[in-house]
Design a protein around this ligand. Structure first.
Ligand code: SF4
Ligand code: SF4
Length: 237
């Protein structure tokens, strides 16, 4: 039995879970979910959510505040007065599991941030390092209790873990480039889903048919507000 199997999923209650544009695109296009049903913008003035991995986005309707795009939280039924990820299913407590069990309702397509928890890549991006998990993820309430013990290497499949971490890092790096474009001229929060949809629906293009091959422009080297190499430019908000 895995360490998570008998847990009430304190991690899915305690943390703001950053998502990438790729996660958003997968949920909206392949899971048939509406952006407003699963995504939110989480204020992150102190950088505690982004942790230098997830990008900060700015929005015209609240221009001074840096936000991280995260999974939405909703009120918990099992622990009144607390919140949980909107995809966490709560099971009724029983004698063996007094806090109840928690189950991810989108386990097969959960965000890469969730897949790689509680590991991160080392400095050379070749090995995984397990985080030290605190006993509680927020304010000491039982809902936010975390793992019943520290994780060890045998809890994770090594290749799957590294591959999840690499994809998570790749997608957050790409999302950071998208954030840099958006933040040049921030639009309203209401316009964000359309912007993301345009970008991520145009990640594949054909090789130019001319004999003189061109090197595609790097995302980070585009001219001011140009999304060359990323598909159609964003409409002005
Ligand atoms: S998506 Fe699933 S694994 Fe991730 S926080 Fe939500 S319930 Fe937990
Ligand atoms: S709190 Fe720890 S043991 Fe519980 S579900 Fe999350 S990662 Fe697994």
């Amino acid at each position: 039995m895995g360490i998570c199997d008998s847990c009430h999923s304190g991690c899915c209650r305690s943390f703001a879970v950053p998502i990438s544009g790729a996660d958003i695109h997968r949920f909206t296009h392949h899971e048939n979910k509406a952006f407003w049903d699963f995504a939110c913008r989480w204020e992150d003035s102190e950088g505690l959510i982004s942790r230098n991995l997830a990008p900060h986005f700015y929005f015209a309707d609240d221009p001074a505040v840096p936000f991280v795009i995260c999974l939405k939280h909703i009120p918990s039924v099992s622990f009144p007065g607390t919140t949980k990820c909107r995809f966490l299913t709560e099971c009724v407590p029983d004698e063996e599991h007094p806090k109840g069990l928690g189950r991810c309702s989108i386990y097969g397509s959960r965000p890469h941030t969730c897949r790689s928890f509680p590991a991160k890549l080392n400095d050379s991006n070749e090995l995984a390092i397990l985080y030290d998990i605190p006993s509680n993820g927020r304010n000491g309430e039982a809902a936010y209790d975390l793992c019943p013990r520290q994780w060890n290497a045998s809890d994770l499949e090594p290749n799957d873990t590294i591959q999840s971490l690499v994809i998570a890092q790749y997608e957050m790096t790409f999302f950071s480039k998208i954030a840099a474009i958006w933040n040049q001229n921030p639009g309203e929060w209401n316009n964000f889903p359309e912007f993301i949809d345009i970008i991520y629906s145009n990640r594949i293009s054909s090789e130019p048919q001319s004999s003189s091959k061109q090197v595609p422009s790097e995302v980070g080297q585009t001219k001011s507000h140009s999304t060359e190499g990323l598909g159609p430019a964003r409409k002005a908000a």
